[in-house]
Write a protein that binds this ligand. Structure first.
Ligand code: MRU
Length: 355
C-alpha cells in the first residue's frame, strides 16, 4: 500500500492521536484522546472533521470506552459501551458515515454478546474499529485510482471544502484522484474555494495540496461562478456527507451553488465518496438532517467580532444538491452514472439491507 499523504488519526491501543485541524495551517499539533467523551468533544468542536474521519474516530471512541471499562459484569459493561455509542451518535447529524460506523460497532458488540464476556467484546470492538480505519485507506486508494482517469494533463480543477486526506484515514475522497493523477506524473492545478465560515478550503485543502506539490489557488467562495463562466475550470470534484438513493446529496454549504454554476457552464461535476456515505434508507435530499452550527462561527473571525453586536447570524453547515446536476459518483465500487436511483441501488451492500 502506498503511504497516504497525511495521517490525521492513529490508533495507539489506550488512546488515539489526531491532528488538531483547528490549528492548521499555522501549527501541526496533535491531540491524544483517551475516552469516548473526549472523542465526542473533538468531533463536536471540529478538532477532527470530514465525514469518513468522523466515522472512524467515533468507532475508535467506542473501542476506547470498551477498553476503559475494567468491569467484568456484562450488564454494567455493555450499558457503558451502549451509552458511548449514544453519546457519539449525538455529535454531528448530517454525515452518514458516523451512523454507519456506529451501527458496525453496535453489531460487533451484539455478536460478542453471545458469550457475555467483556473481554471478548473488547477484542471484537477494537478489531472492528481498526478494520473500519484500514478499509477506509483501501477505499480512498480505490476512489483515487478511478477518479484519476478523469484528470488530464493541463486541466484546472475546482473543489469545495476539504474532502482530502484530513477528512478521512489519509487519502481523501475528492482529493484522492488528485493525489493519484499527480503520482502518475500529470500536471494540473486546483482552485480551492475558501469555504466560509470555517475556511476548510483555505486552511486545510490548500495545506494538503501544497504540501504534496500540487498547484493550488484559493478563491473566495463567491468567485467560483465568475471563474467557471470564464471557462477556467475543466472538472469539479467534491466530497459528500450523505448521499440519498435518488442521488441528491449533502455536502458543505456552498456546494449547491458550485454545482448549479457547473451545470450552467457545461463543466463535469463529480461527487467522490465511499459507499459508507450513502444512506440507502433515504430517498430524497429534502429528508437529510442539516446541521446548524453556532452563529459565533460567522460573527467572529479568529476570535475577533466582525459583525455589529446584536445582529443575528444563521449558520447551516451543509446544503443539498439535487441529483439532476451531478455528472457521476465515484465510489470504491467504481464510477456510478445516471439513472442514479437504479445504479446506486445496485451497489447497496448486504449489510445495508439488514438494518
Ligand atoms: O463540516 P465539515 O468540515 O466536517 O464538512 C466536511 C465536508 O463537507 C466534506 O466535503 C465532506 O465531509 C466530505 S469529506 C471526505
Amino acid at each position: 500500500m502506498p503511504e497516504p499523504p497525511v495521517k490525521p488519526i492513529e490508533w495507539l491501543e489506550d488512546h488515539i492521536r489526531i491532528i488538531d485541524q483547528r490549528k492548521l495551517p499555522a501549527t501541526e499539533s496533535y491531540l491524544d484522546l483517551k475516552t469516548a467523551g473526549e472523542v465526542a468533544d473533538a468531533i463536536t468542536d471540529m478538532a477532527l472533521r470530514g465525514a469518513p474521519l468522523i466515522g472512524i474516530a467515533a468507532a475508535m471512541g467506542v473501542a476506547l470506552e470498551a477498553c476503559n471499562s475494567a468491569c467484568d459484569d456484562w450488564e454494567v459493561f455493555s450499558g457503558r459501551v451502549a451509552d458511548a455509542i449514544d453519546l457519539l451518535s449525538s455529535t454531528r447529524p448530517t454525515a452518514s458515515n458516523l451512523f454507519w460506523a456506529l451501527r458496525r460497532m453496535r453489531r460487533s458488540m451484539e455478536k460478542a454478546a453471545t458469550t457475555r464476556s467483556p473481554q471478548d467484546c473488547r477484542d471484537a470492538v477494537v478489531a472492528e474499529a481498526v478494520r473500519i480505519f484500514r478499509e477506509d485507506l483501501e477505499t480512498g486508494m480505490s476512489m483515487g485510482r478511478t477518479g484519476a482517469d478523469l484528470i488530464k494533463e493541463g486541466h484546472t480543477l475546482l473543489t469545495h471544502c476539504n474532502a482530502g486526506g484530513l477528512a478521512t484515514s489519509g487519502f481523501g475522497t475528492a482529493l484522492a484522484p488528485m493525489y493519484f493523477a499527480h503520482s502518475e506524473g500529470r500536471r494540473f492545478s486546483v482552485y480551492a474555494d475558501e469555504t466560509r465560515p470555517l475556511l476548510q478550503g483555505a486552511r486545510l485543502t490548500a495545506w494538503e495540496l501544497a504540501r504534496a506539490g500540487i498547484e493550488v489557488t484559493v478563491i473566495c467562495d463567491s468567485a467560483c461562478h465568475l471563474i467557471m463562466a470564464r471557462g477556467r475550470v475543466d472538472l469539479i470534484l467534491v466530497g459528500a456527507d450523505r448521499i440519498t438513493l435518488s442521488g441528491d446529496f449533502a455536502n458543505k454549504v456552498g456546494t449547491l451553488g458550485v454545482a448549479l454554476s457547473a451545470r450552467r457552464n457545461g463543466i463535469p461535476f463529480y461527487v467522490v465518496a465511499p459507499t459508507s456515505s450513502i444512506d440507502f434508507q433515504l430517498e430524497r435530499g429534502d429528508d437529510i438532517p442539516i446541521e446548524e452550527r453556532d452563529s459565533d462561527e460567522i460573527t467572529h473571525l479568529s476570535g475577533v467580532r466582525v459583525m455589529p453586536a446584536g445582529v443575528a447570524a444563521y449558520n447551516p453547515a451543509f446544503d443539498v444538491t439535487p441529483a439532476e446536476v451531478v455528472t457521476g459518483f465515484i465510489t470504491e465500487r467504481g464510477l456510478i452514472g445516471p439513472p442514479f436511483k437504479e445504479n446506486l441501488n445496485r451497489i447497496r451492500p448486504e449489510a445495508a439491507q439488514r438494518r
